[in-house]
Design a protein around this ligand. Structure first.
Ligand code: ARG
Ligand code: ZN
Ligand code: CA
Length: 414
């Protein structure tokens, strides 16, 4: 049901051809793209650090492996066969734990949540991702859980093809899942030892990489990378040490995008890097990641009230009345004793409210505004703005303005 391989590959090769990125220019300066990551530990209610409720250290260990693999800092790159050394590359992609959540509150980039199920299979992706989801425009969501039938899986990126009908281009289902036993180093995983390469592999998919064997046991399906020779097998459960020929060429069995054992994977190539950078420059919910506010330290100031959400309930009659409410939160370190908040319909001031109360840091309150009629308005916009806080200027203006727009469907009373 998703975008076809043909559509995606046509888009990608076209972008690659017209790329302004300097992959082929002689003077190469490294431009590292930082990717903000949030790990969601979806556990079974065990104590922190036990069972499926993996400790922070395990996540840090995995993050370090990711960065070694993507930046070609892995110790085992000496195992890459000589004939592939010239295409082996630093992908210039670096993973960083999110420093703030989507509200701007400080974060360590790790969340913990008891799951609604003990285990999850591939068809329960929607349930797993709904356990905890951060906006995929600004975060790479990684779900750690007990997966029934996979070591891990990932959402492929979407192209921004013009005129393309976006079937299943679902922001809520964008992310990566990994079985808790395959996170980081674990030498008792069964079929082979985990050295954290399952996540390296899955994130390769998340940035648009395909399996080297093209998912077919023949020689005619490609991964669309010229510098990875066609091969006819996946090397599942294998760890070759000598030249292995298929399809008339030597196979790059140690590429991260094979099913080779973790201990025997050690290379991304130039073309794979190029694909990932095209995706990172152009794909929706990929091209926004390197600019994500999650990469910056949160703003911590004394007086900081912010608008968390707007709730605009339509009154249950047919004359288009709307009852706006705004949820505000104290994001600062001072207790807030008063603040001013104003409400505009389009550009017209409707109401200014002066609130007195006692709001501890992090406290939330809901402010009611007067009911308004949206009758005969074309695409009305409701704007809310925070004014003075504790009789001084609010120290963080980033969260002071929020609007909600209505397409004219609810404003027609005829
Ligand atoms: N999606 C694949 C699976 O679940 C991941 C395989 C990763 N391979 C590896 N050697 N770590 O089977
Ligand atoms: Zn795969
Ligand atoms: Ca503020």
């Amino acid at each position: 049901q998703r975008e076809s391989i043909d559509q995606f590959e046509k888009w990608l090769s076209n972008k690659q051809r017209t790329a302004v990125t300097p992959f082929n220019s002689p003077i190469k300066t490294k431009e590292i793209l930082d990717i903000p990551v949030v790990f969601h530990v979806i556990h079974r209610g065990e104590n922190l650090g036990t069972g499926t409720n993996l400790p922070d250290e395990k996540i840090i260990e995995q993050l370090q492996i990711l960065n070694e693999d993507f930046r070609k800092l892995n110790d085992d790159q000496i195992l890459t066969p000589l004939e592939f050394l010239d295409v082996a590359t630093d992908t210039e992609i670096n993973f960083v734990l999110a420093k703030q959540d989507s509200e701007g509150l400080p974060s360590q980039g790790i969340t913990r949540q008891q799951g609604s199920q003990n285990t999850y299979n591939r068809s329960e992706e929607e349930i797993l991702y709904a356990e905890n989801y951060w906006p995929s425009e600004n975060y790479l969501n990684i779900y750690i859980a007990d997966l029934e039938d996979y070591l891990g899986w990932a959402t492929f990126p979407f192209s921004d093809l013009e005129g393309n009908i976006e079937i299943n281009n679902n922001r809520l289902l964008d992310g990566v899942a990994i079985d808790y036993k395959w996170l980081g180093i674990n030498e008792n995983t069964g079929s082979f030892n985990s050295y954290g390469r399952t996540l390296t592999h899955e994130i390769g998919h998340y940035f648009g990489l395909r399996h080297l064997w093209g998912n077919q046991q023949n020689c005619s399906t490609d991964d669309y990378c010229l510098d990875t020779p066609n091969q006819s097998t996946s090397y599942s459960g294998e760890c070759p040490t000598e030249t292995a020929i298929s399809c008339g060429t030597s196979d790059m069995y140690s590429n991260y995008m094979n099913y080779t054992d973790d201990a025997c994977m050690n290379i991304f190539t130039q073309n794979q890097k190029e694909r990932m950078h095209v995706v990172l420059n152009h794909s929706p919910r990929r091209n926004t990641l390197p600019q994500s506010p999650a990469l910056d330290n949160p703003i911590i100031t004394l007086n900081d009230l912010g608008i968390k959400t707007i709730i605009a309930t339509q009154l249950n009659d047919c004359n288009g009345f709307l009852l706006p409410k705004v949820v505000v939160r104290n994001y600062g370190t001072n207790v807030i004793e008063n603040f001013i908040i104003s409400f505009f319909l389009n550009d017209t001031l409707i109401e200014i409210i002066d609130i007195t109360g006692r709001y501890q840091p992090i406290a939330i309150d809901t402010i009611d505004f007067q009911a308004i009629s949206l009758d005969n308005l074309v695409d009305p916009v409701l704007n809310f703005r925070i004014g003075l806080v504790n009789q001084t200027e609010d120290g963080n203006q980033n969260n002071n303005l929020l609007s909600v727009s209505f397409s004219n469907k609810i404003t027609k009373s005829l």
